[in-house]
Design a protein around this ligand. Sequence first.
Ligand code: SAM
Length: 288
Amino acid sequence: MSQPTDGLPPLRAVIAAHGLAAKKSLGQNFILDLNLTRRIAREARVAGANVYEVGPGPGGLTRSLLAEGAARVIAVERDARAIPALEDIAAFFSGRLEIIEGDALAIDEADTLAARGVTLPVPVVANLPFNVGTALLIKWLAAESWPPWWSSLTLMFQKEVAQRICAKPGSAAYGRLSVLAQWRTRPRILFDVSSRAFVPPPKVTSAVLRIEPLPVPVCEATLSDLEAVTAAGFGQRRKMLRGSLKTLTPHADELLEAAGIEGTRRPEELDLAQFCALARAYAAMRKD
Ligand code: SAM
């Protein structure tokens, strides 16, 4: 299929001109196919929106967000080599792109966006670097105020991670990430992306995931208690909970009894309501 033209040079030429040879240490796998980046931008429903992007790199997805009508894109990129290439895009789209050179893990997004006069919440769109993708997602899921500063997350992940985020109880992929994500968001996989779509191609298939925040969590618990019980439970996922929860408390049997869960159950059998019950029982136990 022919590439959509946006008036800027082809991405291969941008990469060559700016010496953007992909660095593994920065999780760089670039998408040069503007049909694919356009599709991601359309799925993210960015027309008229102020968008937060992580890791624009040479700017394929960034260009598509702007071409699909994003009012403004605020993009955080760690690789200083990419900044001049992104400045060319900013000049072309006359002030609709703002580039922040920095580490997305260290940024306070709500403050950074508000300081630029952006009204929250905003859609987040990113072809995430594989090495920090999960950490970024956990950071965004752990937003202090809820509903959070973001209105949706449209993210490229390794397919296997995307499946873990969406997995249901009883499945092999169900784990800590599934519980934390589904507790207060609705995640779904939009489509798979072959490794051939990237330069260089990663070893695994990827998937684009859309995550929307729920107005309130599915069940009552605090995030830190939920994190504690899921980390302990899934930390030794083959063990029965009466064994694995001992890393959390010497009184694992009492904890399970208070939550109404049999100690012989394994973590992948528990649904969200049961994890919340465990989290609440853990909170109550610490108060005693
Ligand atoms: N968006 C581009 C695309 O789709 O072709 C590049 C995607 S590449 C998978 C990930 C990008 O994230 C790279 O440009 C990399 O330099 C950047 N990156 C890696 N770690 C980062 C971090 N901690 N904060 C911000 N950007 C980061």
